[in-house]
Design a protein around this ligand. Structure first.
Ligand SMILES: NC(=O)C[C@H](N)C(=O)O
Length: 480
């Protein structure tokens, strides 16, 4: 769709109250004669909502604009072929009282806008972010379609906590968990179900809502978030999975660059003349760093891969910089992850931040389903897994090779203190079904999960993940 801009005389502009839904009719001025914008456009809350009727533009009749009504928004993009509608008639379709309309044409803090998440998408910056989110979904679908992955719908209500971290929300009906006979949970990861589907369909992927009852009130955590998960069958080794993650992100970033929402975001970033443009732009990542991120994502270089053991060796000499001491056998803290991403990921030659893969973590601190590494370091047994780390944010994605052999998977369950089901029982709440997958023809396989909202926050430089989702849910907040 072509971006359009409405130009309204001051006399008519007075009729367009902040928040009102209007239809604007007039004459088109177009810099490209091939396009055919409609004779009128509709606008809601200051954004052009949609074109109403198809028709022929008339580009002959436009003079210098007298008043480009930015108070009414009327701004759908910035591409050079922007069409201008010189408005001669304003029809009010839905009135709005400017005295009580909560979106003011002045700076409002991101926090105050989060409190009105039902109206926040009407602000220029937020609607741009949500359009960019939509573009990203379309590009990812295209990428996986081209890679011949099947998109699937794994369940939201599940019988197990895949990650075993005790962070699952329990599903209740009328105050009890009786509805399904046994307690059920909102999914923390679709991985186990994707494994079942990958055995049947070949490579699969999903972008699904995921839930974690983590009491982490940070700019990186949501209780309801979207996770992109991919599972590959018949995989030789984990390099194939990491290669896929890099290809996917590179293709997404280069696709986004060409679309108007990303360009529009750049315009909002640069244009601070209109106070409304600055909405939600507090603590924005420095534009130089943002470019370094995008250069890294689209770099033809292979992203660095270091083992967890090597990472600990890098961290230990600078242990004084951290609150938590880096020791082999403990998880990497987010301060460690950020340091590693900046230190290892910075590519001087291209002035870019390449995301980095940290691989082979100790088995004890990782999930039961991961495959043991064949040649672990002297410090202890590790598993074939990876975390994808980026500067300022830390972990963006995590993946692994899955233990595909029944006996070894049972050993892993024991090692993690989990129950080993002997035989699949109908209606049971245990992991029997997951072991069944190993019982009958399980090829080596692996996959990853990537936090989609975190990715958008990384791509846009909007530091708080709550500002790239329409209705954020997080610890102690679920307002509408
Ligand atoms: N699909 C995945 O590999 C994601 C993994 N289960 C996680 O939640 O981190």
């Amino acid at each position: 769709m072509r971006p359009v801009q409405a130009v309204v005389d001051k006399s008519l502009a007075a009729d367009i109250r902040p928040g009102a839904a209007v239809r604007l009719t007039g004459v088109w001025h177009s810099s490209s004669s091939s396009s055919k914008p409609p004779p009128s456009v509709e606008s809601q809350g200051g954004k052009l909502a949609r074109s109403s009727v198809a028709g022929q533009p008339n580009s002959s009749d436009v003079h210098e604009q007298e008043a480009a009504v930015h108070s009414a928004g009327a701004d759908q993009g910035l591409a050079p072929t922007t069409a201008e509608l010189r408005v001669s008639e304003v029809e009010i379709l839905g009135s709005s009282d400017p005295q009580t309309y909560p979106i003011q044409n002045k700076y409002q803090t991101p926090e105050s806008l989060r409190a009105i998440s039902h109206l926040r998408p009407r602000t220029p910056i937020n609607s741009t972010l949500l359009r960019l989110r939509s573009d990203a979904m379309a590009l990812l679908s295209q990428f996986f379609f081209q890679e011949r992955f099947q998109q699937t719908h794994p369940p939201i209500i599940t019988s197990s906590d895949c990650e075993g971290a005790g962070e699952a929300f329990t599903v209740k009906s009328g105050g009890t968990t009786e509805f399904f006979r046994d307690p059920k949970y909102l999914t923390v990861s679709s991985q186990l179900h994707l494994e079942a589907l990958a055995q049947a369909l070949g490579n699969v992927w999903t972008l699904s809502p995921t839930f974690r009852a983590e009491q982490s009130d940070t700019s990186r955590h949501l209780s309801e978030f979207y996770m992109l998960e991919a599972e590959m069958s018949f995989v030789q080794d984990m390099d194939e999975v990491m290669d896929l993650a890099q290809r996917m992100l590179a293709s997404l970033a280069s696709g986004l660059k060409r679309l108007s929402a990303a360009q529009e975001l750049e315009k909002h970033r640069l244009d601070s003349r209109d106070p409304a443009e600055r909405l939600a732009f507090e603590d924005l990542v420095d534009p130089k760093e943002l470019q370094q991120r995008w250069r890294g994502l689209t770099s033809p270089k292979r992203w660095p891969r270091v083992t967890y053991t090597e990472a600990i060796e890098i961290l230990q000499p600078v242990a004084h910089m951290f609150e938590h001491k880096p020791v082999w056998g403990s998880g990497l803290q987010s301060e460690h992850e950020k340091y590693l991403a900046e230190k290892i990921g910075y590519d001087e030659e291209t002035d870019a931040f390449l995301p980095i893969f940290v691989t082979q973590y100790p088995q004890e601190i990782k999930a039961f389903y991961m495959l043991q590494s064949e040649s672990p370091p002297p410090q202890g047994q590790t598993v074939d897994c990876f975390d994808l780390l980026v500067p300022n944010l830390g972990e963006l994605a995590g993946g692994s090779m899955r233990e595909h052999r029944l006996a070894q998977l049972e050993d892993n369950l024991r090692l993690h203190g989990l129950e080993v089901p002997t035989q699949r029982k109908a209606r049971s709440n245990d992991m029997g079904w997951y072991l069944d997958l190993r019982r009958w023809g399980c090829p080596p396989h692996g996959g990853f999960g990537l936090g989609f909202d975190r990715l958008l926050s990384y791509l846009t430089g909007v530091p708080n993940v709550r500002d790239v989702v329409p209705f954020p849910r997080h610890f102690e907040r679920c307002d509408c």
